[in-house]
Design a protein around this ligand. Structure first.
Ligand code: NAD
Length: 291
């Protein structure tokens, strides 16, 4: 089966990036969110990000113009009846995703594949809430989707070989590299990355190093492009805590216990870049460590 038209539901951070990548690869894209204002905002973001790519010589002006014309805002779920693949990229809530699938499925022809961008929910459980578990799988883009080369592919227990191969070819056609992960909490990247970030926060909590020392150590001592605390602020500390809780509860192993200092920052509403304060304070010209 060939994918030609892609539907994307959720035009937040990830949906915006996924629409950008699909349109540049030549796919027709339908984009929906809870309101047309959100979709308009997403289109403006895509326009700006593509203009940046033109300035850097990564794409041509013609490619930018052609890609922008490929993205069509829609405001009903019926519109997705034309799609070969529908990507769900709404808020990370199992209840919200289940509700969406219940409303969406009756509008889709039987051949349409549904992909979810969830970072932490069980693919098998989400698949079971649709009318097509064999045509459902995890297609986990990394943030920011236009820049990150990897896409994790996660099959649910019922995902068919045909669905898997179609999605794999689709992901490769986007210029991305797939990595196959089993359906276990947080898959591969976050299973490894988040415990490292949590350990960096324990290192701070126990006074082994300051924010600056920890980030410098990992940048210069392990050649990480960003320090773990800087990265935590970028991801969002609430998201980091949520992922650690998923690992802790899902794998029932104390080694995934979220650091109490991470919990304290989240309780304070210091969630990182998005609230202008986390392990760094972003309110001034330059980020300043908060400890
Ligand atoms: P976000 O909050 O930026 O965007 C979610 C969007 O979904 C919002 O615009 C919201 O209005 C919309 N939405 C909610 N319910 C909807 C509905 N019923 N119909 C249509 N739109 C709806 O979130 P995000 O960071 O883009 O995350 C989206 C998904 O991608 C989540 O499952 C998340 O776990 C996953 N993910 C996030 C990241 C990341 O770093 N942000 C990385 C990989 C995967």
């Amino acid at each position: 089966m060939d994918v030609r038209k892609v539907g994307i539901i959720g035009a937040g951070h990830m949906g915006t990036g996924i629409a950008h990548v699909c349109a540049l690869a030549g796919y027709d894209v339908l984009l929906k969110d809870v309101s047309s204002e959100v979709v308009e905002h997403a289109l403006a973001t895509i326009n700006g990000n593509m203009a940046k790519q033109v300035r850097k010589g990564r794409i041509t002006e013609e490619q930018r113009r052609a890609a922008l014309q490929k993205i069509h805002p829609v405001d009903t779920l019926e519109a997705f009846a034309e799609c070969d693949l529908v990507m769900e990229a709404i808020t990370e809530s199992e209840e919200a995703k289940r509700r969406l699938f219940a409303e969406l499925c009756p509008h889709l022809p039987p051949a349409t594949i549904i992909g979810t961008n969830t970072s932490s929910l069980s693919i098998t459980r989400l698949a079971a809430s649709t009318d097509r578990p064999e045509k459902f799988m995890g297609i986990h883009f990394m943030n920011p989707a236009p820049l990150m080369e990897l896409v994790e592919l996660i099959r649910g227990i019922a995902t068919s070989d045909e669905t898997f191969h179609t999605v794999r070819e689709f992901v490769i056609s986007l210029g991305k590299t797939p990595a196959v992960a089993e359906d276990f909490p947080a898959f591969i990247v976050n299973r490894i990355l988040l415990p490292m970030i949590n350990e960096a926060i324990y290192t701070l909590y126990e006074g082994v190093g300051t924010v600056e020392a920890i980030d410098t150590a990992m940048k210069l001592g392990a050649h990480h492009p960003m320090g773990p605390l800087e990265l935590a602020d970028f991801i969002g500390l609430d998201t980091c805590l949520n992922l650690m809780q998923v690992l802790y509860e899902g794998l029932a192993d104390s080694k995934y216990r979220p650091c109490p200092l991470l919990v304290k920052y989240v309780d304070a509403g210091w969630l990182g870049r998005k609230t202008k304060r986390g392990f760094y304070d972003y309110r001034g010209e330059k980020p300043v460590p908060t400890r």
